[in-house]
Design a protein around this ligand. Sequence first.
Ligand SMILES: C[S@@+](CC[C@H](N)C(=O)[O-])C[C@H]1O[C@@H](n2cnc3c(N)ncnc32)[C@H](O)[C@@H]1O
Length: 315
Amino acid sequence: MDGEVKQGQEPAVHHQAVMVRETLDYLACGPGQVVVDATVGSGGHAAAILERIRPGGRLIGIDRDSEAIERAMARFAGEPVSLINENHGQLEVILDELGLAAVDGVLIDCGASLEQLTTERRGFSFRMDGPLDMRMDRRQETTAADLVNELPGSELARILKEYGGERRAHSIARAITAARQQQPITTTAQLAATITAAIPPRARPRRLHAATKSFMALRIVVNDELGALRKALDAAIHRTKPGGRIVALTYQSLEGGETKGAFRRASVDSTCLPFPSNEGPRVRVLTKKVAKPSAEECKRNPRARSATLRAAERL
Ligand SMILES: C[S@@+](CC[C@H](N)C(=O)[O-])C[C@H]1O[C@@H](n2cnc3c(N)ncnc32)[C@H](O)[C@@H]1O
């Protein structure tokens, strides 16, 4: 991030792209190529890729957040960049509409951006008060408040445990269902306070905010992040040219597991759905051992610490 983290109504910070050198090394893109950045965000990776594919190359930048697309439009005005405000789960359809049968590389940089996390009105953060929203794409109907106020307690507990790894999921779900009987939970501060109060002070995590895991779980479910990632990876494998590369940066184990699973399925079993083929393995996994950011990068950008890079080459 650039300088101090300021929190507020508008993004006061800029997302700092993670593992840029390693991403470029694994993408191995060159002049004239067509590369998809399926999570364009503020365009840090996209700008670096663009430098590599000049002259003659074209970058397809996708983001489901219209604010990210607006920022990228300003940044890449006049450049050979097509920006698409869509869910990358629709990658097949997006490429069809652009008339691109195959591309030379695809990057997926998972999770939320710093701009999303530090803008109150987007409702992603337990550290500041805003509407309990968490939608990356605000054309979508369901918000975090809908889940928190409408799901049965047992379903809430399952979500907190499965997607957040929250050990106190049942206590938190009980506290939420009790609180919402008094009044609907409509703000991030209300939810953060309810979760914190559900965990006895001595059982609260020392380094994390007590609501960290629950907020992450809700964000993953509101945005169906794992479902979209699965579809995007399958489509990327299907639509990347032989010799082309697919790179995924993940920040928690569920995202990492999806990526590992998709690459493994494509490297050993080409008959698997949704794109059955009898051609034998479709990718070679390039990161038998996953790549991690350098100590220097983690110091400069603490958000990079949890990053894991996986890459595969299309056969
Ligand atoms: C970690 S940020 C990407 C940062 C970017 N690589 C950069 O250098 O600025 C993740 C971005 O992906 C977007 N995103 C997350 N899931 C998505 C999906 N299913 N489809 C499209 N964009 C998505 C988010 O809106 C966010 O802007």
